[in-house]
Write a protein that binds this ligand. Structure first.
Ligand code: FES
Ligand SMILES: [Fe+2]
Length: 419
């Protein structure tokens, strides 16, 4: 339970707010690489501010505040040139660093005058099928090359704009008991009521205990299910909340970074960034990269709750645009949620003291590997197949192909074991 002031401090993310100051230390995906290949400039909203993200004809990426410094027209309707973006209204041209390079109607404008005409710019770069942006002050940190974005596999990106604050989605990442209740008991109830088959991997996962460990990229969440021993991956390894806006989850050849980009106080861009790379089978060089919207609301405004992430979205959105943490009843089993809030509060303090908050990466690197169970819920290949059929991946244009890939890989592994 928090006071209203504490809840505001944790959830308001616009310019000038304490949490906004924390979140402006990180890189965020703002477009799919595909989008800027198809049309080289796009609107994007991040941390309560509007931007134009673009790809120059020379192949560089840039992100600038949407409003042109001349008289405020939208740079989303600009012309992309070799080395920058030219406002569509009167043709002022800006480089990827935001400098005003040229004023169309005043070719002999002085450099001194133009120096005063630059547009606020961030930095943008490509990684793993996504365009990433940094819009904070000061020297940008490294874009963390988490394994999801660098590993070889089929990339499957389902996405949706969710009308709620990003923090309640992050709290869900350290809330293991919801898996037993929401994706277990509630799913069983829906299956019973609608006559669908309950997916085996999600039923009957009763928790014996849970644990949370802080580490340099966030919080590792571990669980022991009834019937598992302490050598199980779920207990020994677990998987992390990746500070401040992701969760890394999966196992059995399906790897997923759940990305929750804070658009503003009451909207979050959720991307289920999945890589299919099962052992036992050789993947082609030209792997798939697909992105697609996921459905979460019926035409009558009720939630779609017959799949895993749909159930999560119901819980996130029905808590309200910004969850009411003043009138909640926090209890022992919410220990992960409490740890999460503590971590965010610590980040606010660190930034106030001029320090980098957690998981800001300054060292150049090839790849960052995060802990992850190999065998999820102690289940084998069945888990991959159940997840594709009963998760947001069911909306993917390559769902059936990926399911077959995991079935073939499981057969190949079995043949190898028997050889
Ligand atoms: S408003 Fe952009 S050049 Fe005039
Ligand atoms: Fe969930």
């Amino acid at each position: 339970m928090l006071t209203q002031e504490q809840n505001d401090a944790l959830t308001q993310i616009g310019p000038g707010t304490p949490m906004g100051g924390v979140l402006r230390n990180y890189w965020y995906p703002v477009a799919f690489t595909r989008e800027l290949d198809e049309f080289p400039v796009k609107a994007t909203r991040l941390l309560g501010e509007n931007f134009a993200v673009f790809k120059t004809r020379e192949g560089g990426y840039g992100i600038v505040a949407e409003k042109c410094p001349h008289r405020g027209a939208s740079l989303v309707y600009g012309i992309v040139e070799d080395d920058g973006l030219r406002c569509g209204y009167h043709g002022w041209k800006f480089g990827t660093g935001g400098d005003c390079l040229e004023i169309l109607a005043e070719p002999d404008s002085s450099e001194k005058f133009r120096a005063d005409c630059s547009v606020r710019a961030g930095e943008a770069q490509e990684l793993g099928g996504l365009i990433w942006a940094y819009v904070g002050e000061g020297t940008s940190p490294e874009l963390p090359r988490y394994e999801a974005y660098t590993m070889h596999g089929h990339r499957d990106m389902g996405h949706a704009i969710i009308p709620c604050n990003w923090l309640q989605i992050m709290e869900n990442a350290v809330d293991p008991y919801h898996v037993e209740a929401l994706h277990g008991n509630y799913f069983e109830f829906i299956a019973e009521q609608t006559g669908m088959e309950m997916p085996g991997s999600f039923g009957g996962n009763k928790h014996e205990k849970v644990a949370f460990d802080d580490f340099e990229h966030g919080i590792i969440k571990r669980r022991l299910l009834v019937g598992q021993d302490e050598e199980s991956d779920d207990w020994k390894i677990g998987h992390p909340l990746v500070f401040p806006y992701k969760m890394w989850v999966g196992g059995n050849g399906v790897y997923q970074m759940q990305i929750r980009v804070p658009i503003d106080d009451t909207h979050t861009n959720v991307i289920f960034y999945t890589v299919h790379a099962p052992d036992g089978i050789e993947l082609p060089d030209d792997v798939h990269t697909v992105d697609y919207p996921i459905e979460w609301m019926n035409e009558d405004g009720t939630y779609i709750v017959d799949y895993i992430e749909g159930q999560d979205i119901m819980a996130w959105v029905s808590q309200g645009e910004i969850a009411d943490r003043v009138n909640e009843k926090i209890t022992k089993s919410d220990v992960g949620v409490v740890a999460c809030r503590r971590m965010f509060r610590k980040a606010i303090e660190d930034v106030a003291e001029g320090k980098d908050p957690l998981a800001v990466v300054r060292e150049p690197h090839d790849v960052i590997k995060l802990p992850l169970e190999r065998s999820k819920f102690g289940r084998g290949a069945e888990f991959a197949s159940d997840w594709i059929d009963n998760g947001s991946m069911k909306f993917s244009p390559i769902a059936q192909e990926m399911k077959q890939l995991h079935i073939d890989a499981a057969k190949a592994r079995e043949a190898m074991d028997n050889a």
